[in-house]
Design a binder for this molecule. Structure first.
Ligand code: LLP
Length: 426
């Protein structure tokens, strides 16, 4: 079997391997459902991305996969972090990502989160004037000066699922284009904040390059206006991320992205005589293809379609249900067998929408077979839940063919964590 660009996957004795480890053995040893993450793949993805932008800083988007081991390896690689909550900030710092390379993003931060940002000396991407005023007050009270950027809405419409397009004019994210200058003016008048940058993010899983070019141009237009009208020179210009990965078909590479945005960034920076640092915030590209979700077939049923019932559903991989997204499916213990059947892979959750993949051509599937869902490393475990009373899966990390458990399977007790029965019910 040819895995093409997924060269961390392979076949041995009819079994799928990831970084040389036989996934049938892993499933036997650790049970299913099981997430298997390839450390080498994450490191290589990071290096490929960083190499495409040699003069930029790469802030990994923690939301894509916030496992502390993933954050730790990226800290070792020199990554910064885009965090979107106090919990993500906590984990990023714990993993050893330096505070000066962390940007605290978010469209609705609590005062406690703003205080935490001040205390931990990270930079903040401010999403509204309300937030600006709150942050300035909190920072002044703490005798701190926080470096800020404004998250701006560049009004660019990428062709992606509407639920993951964030730069549209009607989006909840960012300061509307026409209010940007006034926001910088107000920030200049406040104590406790120092204007250090500008930030945007137009969406996720974007497979075309033109929206990135449009975004870069609009960002540089704003940078030019800030320089000309407010004499403001920014330390950084953060263009977020959104680079899609080829779940099916093809996708642009980091080099394609660099070839699209860097000529605009460099030419405009030169013309303006500014030396702002470019920052990017990839999540999906770094971890997306580095993990697979293994699940066992509980049942095969001939109905309107032929349903393969597996032990993982949208509780562990929400993307197909939420965005109708497509993930490659492999019968991991039957590699090399002819794909002469058509199946719909259904999860165990009590919802009709709990379908992981529709109408896939696969070898004959039987109860007990092992199904691998590919490219499950980004927004997979990160969006998992315990819905329907299902303990979350365990995770193993494969490094040079050796597997280590990095998250134990949850117990029934974990399902009840934090709950108690009030006295009148005892
Ligand atoms: N920066 C900001 C401010 C973001 O909001 C995001 C993603 C990223 C960076 C990372 O973008 P990426 O490189 O991963 O495209 N759950 C959805 C994706 C939601 C993305 C949210 N923001 C999915 O499973 O497709």
């Amino acid at each position: 079997m040819d895995f093409g660009r997924r060269d961390h996957l392979g076949a041995k004795n009819g079994h799928l391997t990831i970084d040389g480890a036989d996934v049938v053995d892993l499933a036997r040893q650790h049970g299913t459902p099981l997430y298997v993450i390839d450390e080498g793949r994450i490191r290589n993805n990071y290096r490929r991305f960083a190499a495409a932008f040699p003069d930029a800083d790469v802030y990994y988007a923690v939301k894509a996969n916030g496992h502390i081991a993933v954050l730790r390896m990226l800290a070792q690689e020199g990554a910064g972090a885009d965090v979107f909550s106090d919990g993500e900030l906590y984990a990023a710092l714990l993993a050893g990502i330096p505070p000066e390379r962390i940007l605290f993003n978010g469209n609705s931060k609590t005062d406690a989160e703003l205080r935490m940002a001040c205390e931990t000396n990270v930079r903040v991407s401010v999403d509204s004037l309300d937030e600006l005023r709150a942050l300035a007050r909190i920072a002044s009270e703490a005798n701190k000066e926080v470096e800020i950027a404004f998250r701006v809405n560049p009004d660019v419409s990428p062709a992606t699922h509407p639920k993951i397009a964030t730069g549209l004019v009607q989006s909840k994210f960012g300061i509307p284009h026409h209010q940007v200058l006034a926001s910088y003016v107000e920030a200049l008048s406040l104590e406790g904040v120092r204007l250090a940058g500008i930030h945007c993010h137009i969406g996720s899983q974007i497979l075309e390059l033109s929206p990135f070019a449009e975004m870069m141009t609009r960002m540089m237009d704003l940078v030019e206006a800030l320089k000309n009208e407010l004499k403001l020179e920014l330390d950084f210009i953060d263009i977020g991320s959104g680079l899609g990965i080829p779940y099916a078909g093809t996708a642009p590479t980091p080099i394609d992205l660099a070839n699209t945005v860097l000529p605009i960034f460099n030419a405009r920076s030169r013309a303006l005589d500014i030396r702002s640092k470019l920052i990017l915030e990839p999540g999906r590209y770094i971890v997306g293809d580095a993990a697979i979700l293994l699940c066992t077939v509980n049942t095969v049923k001939e109905a309107h379609s032929t349903f393969v019932g597996v032990d993982a559903g949208f509780n562990l991989l929400l993307r197909p249900t939420l965005y109708e997204s497509w993930h490659e499916v492999i019968v991991a213990n039957k590699l090399g067998k002819t794909s002469d059947h058509v199946y719909t892979i259904a999860g165990p959750i009590c919802e009709s929408g709990d379908i992981l993949a529709r109408d896939r051509r696969l070898p004959r599937v039987e109860k007990g077979d092992l199904i691998a869902i590919l490219d499950a490393g980004a927004y997979g475990f990160a969006m998992s839940s315990q819905y329907n009373g299902r303990p979350r899966a365990s995770e193993v990390l494969v490094n040079k063919g050796e597997a280590e458990i990095i998250r134990r399977r949850e117990s029934y007790g974990d399902l009840l964590t934090g709950q108690n029965i009030p006295p009148h019910l005892l």
